[in-house]
Ligand binder design. Structure first.
Ligand code: PHB
Ligand code: FE
Length: 320
């Protein structure tokens, strides 16, 4: 837990089991029995933000090549060097398991304490202030932002709302050319409450965050998770299931590596209209030179990690 007093830069130290975390003006310093790590604090906070907001996401969230979390959906492994071939070769990996709530509470407190006024870990680099320097105010509003999660579909009655100028969701500078016209729905009498449509591109053009998939429609385990991307995905995601990507606009380059060792497997440049199935045994990180729109299609079936881990399902859904 955080001690009462702050360090000379105004930040608190945190501990989680045998891990300890300290920040100074530029870096996050991590320690565990037998090892330590240092990460630029802007990069660390961007990864921390996502791990908290996504409740540890699917599978592995690598903050970088050393530190991260593995989600067991209820409890979580916090690790150092576990998915790093060099650490593994020297038997230097370290992990501890915790109830998810305990890690989330600690990570949320650290995120809030270490984030300065004007720095938004979800924003594109040119749309936020600096993370660096001594402690300067806070940005609690930004770091406690809830992820959009539709119950059925964005814009339906009693569901997550569509976005507009009026609620502060302005069209992003890179999407000024996106048509904002909403479709007209002509439902048969008696079906007025059951037929729904909205302008998906207009909705995404008004996203104020990057690399943060929203759940905009849900059909059983099928989740449509679109997101707007700019600069670099702040985590390296290790899949525990297949993920489908549909590039809706512009272009993203993906580095794809072996999930467990990090050995490079592919570099893929996806242009508008391209579709990819990211296998269940990879890690990936995306690079988006300008803001772009990506649809991530997730399968939330909780049986999937075990089906892939046991080899009952093969890691790639398509053979060419
Ligand atoms: C992913 O790891 O699949 C992922 C995460 C965040 C995004 C896009 C893709 O914004
Ligand atoms: Fe992924």
């Amino acid at each position: 837990m955080a001690p009462a007093s702050a360090n000379q830069f105004g930040y608190h130290d945190f501990t989680l089991g045998d891990f300890s975390f300290r920040r100074d003006e530029y870096f996050a310093h991590l320690k565990w029995p037998g090892g330590s790590h240092i990460a630029p604090v802007d990069k660390f906070l961007k990864a921390l933000m996502r791990d908290v907001a996504w409740n540890f996401f699917y599978g592995i969230v690598n903050f970088d090549e050393v530190f991260g979390t593995l989600n067991h959906y209820g409890n979580v492994d916090v690790f150092a060097g576990l998915y790093n071939a060099g650490y593994r070769a020297q038997k230097k990996e370290f992990l501890q398991n915790f109830p998810s709530d305990e890690v989330r509470e600690l990570f949320s407190a650290m995120l809030d304490d270490w984030t300065n006024e004007g720095f938004d870990p979800f924003a594109a680099p040119t749309e936020t202030g600096s993370a660096f320097g001594p402690k300067r105010g806070n940005n609690t509003v930004a770091v406690t932002r809830a992820r959009v999660t539709a119950k059925r579909m964005a814009g339906l009655k009693d569901d997550t709302p569509l976005r507009s100028d009026a609620d502060g969701h302005l069209v992003n500078r890179h999407f000024a050319d996106v048509d904002q016209t909403e479709p007209k729905v002509h439902a048969e009498p008696g079906f007025e409450g059951e037929v729904h449509a909205f302008n998906f591109f207009a909705y995404l053009s008004r996203s104020d965050v990057t690399w943060n998939p929203s759940i905009t429609s849900v059909v059983k385990d099928s989740l449509a998770c679109p997101t707007t991307e700019e600069f670099i995905l702040p985590i390296i995601h290790g899949n525990d299931r297949v993920e489908w990507f549909v590039q809706l606009s512009d272009e993203i380059t993906w580095d794809v590596s072996d999930r467990d060792t990090g050995a490079p497997r592919a570099r893929i440049t996806m242009k508008a209209g391209d579709v990819a199935a990211m296998p269940a045994d990879i890690r990936h990180q995306g690079f988006s030179p300008k803001r772009s729109m990506l649809l991530v299609w997730e399968n939330a079936d909780e049986k999937l990690p075990e089906l892939y881990a046991s080899g009952k399902l093969k890691p790639n859904p398509v053979d060419f």
